[in-house]
Design a protein around this ligand. Structure first.
Ligand SMILES: [Zn+2]
Length: 365
């Protein structure tokens, strides 16, 4: 094929293609695709998402028919009542607001207080059921004593919510892979504070506070061997540091020559710390010598002064009762009664009830 005949052939093919193409533009012969609107209708602002069928319906006048009850007509949106924002804890909208409270997590002795027991199982030393029952028995003697004394001597109702036999949600077990020291030194205390914080983070204290309608909560960290029990208190100037207040309670008393079980007197003493009671013995080294001398005299039977006695030089404890009393000075520190009882002890005067003034770091606990 020569060059010219190639040109003619190309021309012929182009013409044929043009005819086929023109034919393809005839709308009446090829069905419009869905959603297609013929621009020849000259309608302005045509909505090209509307199918021709829908367009037709829109154009017709449709008589209004009352929808029958029960038909699937869309209900008008019901007015949704705005749900109140959830409080962080009863009476406190935010955690920050709660932690600005001077008293720490346990507030006042007269407020209902949820007391959550955390049984710490060590790698080599697990709590037995019998030992747990021993701790519960001691709690009952100690906290009944506190409640009865408050009511009978200070006309103050209390509600210490701790009995995990009545409500199993009040007790938990936590496993650790280390041994908790029998005696926690001042240096180790920060480490223990960190552990306690972790343990508290694993128990539903907010839910329990909601359940008992209170924002006052304390923790008992139960250690399955002998040791020297102590409490972690909140100090006003510590802000939200060491906020969770609790007692670290050992199964046995390390000072007892026969490792007797920790006593109700110690349980009561430690609990009162959480509500503002101070140690009255001079080795605490917080107050002046004069104050300790006066305390030894006017509070000689107070459980904040001593939790044991010596009989013929032998360290002696009392397993089935609280040995001692709650004096008016301790009651004052809890926020009950007036300042007169500490008139001779100016370093015991409190501007804030039921909490420790100053900062934890100033104090040799
Ligand atoms: Zn103490």
């Amino acid at each position: 094929m020569n060059q010219r005949s190639l040109v003619y052939k190309a021309l012929a093919l182009t013409l044929a293609g043009a005819i086929v193409f023109l034919g393809g533009c005839k709308a009446d012969e090829i069905p419009a695709p869905e959603g297609y609107v013929d621009i020849d209708t000259n309608l302005e602002d045509v909505d090209d998402t509307v199918t021709p069928e829908e367009d037709l319906h829109l154009a017709e006048a449709v008589p209004y028919v009352e929808p029958e009850a029960g038909e699937t007509e869309e209900e008008p949106e019901a007015e949704v009542e705005e749900e109140p924002e959830e409080e962080y804890l009863v009476g406190y909208m935010t955690e920050k607001e709660w932690k600005e409270r001077h008293t720490g997590s346990a507030s006042y002795i007269w407020e209902p207080t949820v007391i959550i027991s955390i049984f710490v199982d060590e790698e080599e030393d697990l709590w037995t059921e019998e030992e747990k029952q021993q701790m519960l028995k001691t709690c009952r003697i100690a906290y009944d004593f506190v409640a009865d004394t408050m009511k009978e001597e200070y006309d103050t109702e209390t509600n210490l919510i701790y009995d995990w036999e009545e409500d199993p949600e009040l007790a938990y077990s936590i496993r650790v892979y280390e041994e908790i020291p029998a005696y926690v030194t001042t240096k180790q205390e920060h480490y223990m504070d960190g552990l306690e914080l972790e343990w508290v983070g694993q128990v539903p204290y907010r839910e329990l506070c909601q359940k008992y309608n209170t924002s006052s909560v304390a923790f008992l960290y139960m250690i399955p061997h002998e040791g020297c029990s102590y409490s972690s208190m909140h100090f006003v100037e510590d802000g939200d540091q060491i906020w969770n207040e609790g007692c670290l309670l050992y199964l046995q008393d390390m000072y007892s020559p026969t490792y007797e079980y920790e006593t109700p007197t110690v349980f009561a003493h430690e609990l009162l710390h959480l509500f503002g009671a101070e140690d009255f013995y001079d080795s605490a080294e917080v107050f002046s010598k004069e104050t300790y001398d006066t305390l030894a005299e006017v509070c000689s039977d107070d459980i904040m002064l001593r939790t044991f006695t010596k009989i013929n030089g032998v360290y002696t404890t009392f397993p089935d009762e609280v040995y001692g009393e709650i004096s008016p000075v301790t009651a004052y520190l809890l926020g009950i009664g007036d300042e007169d009882v500490v008139a001779d002890m100016p370093d015991l005067v409190r501007t804030e009830a039921a909490c420790f003034p100053g900062s934890m770091t100033d104090r040799p606990f």
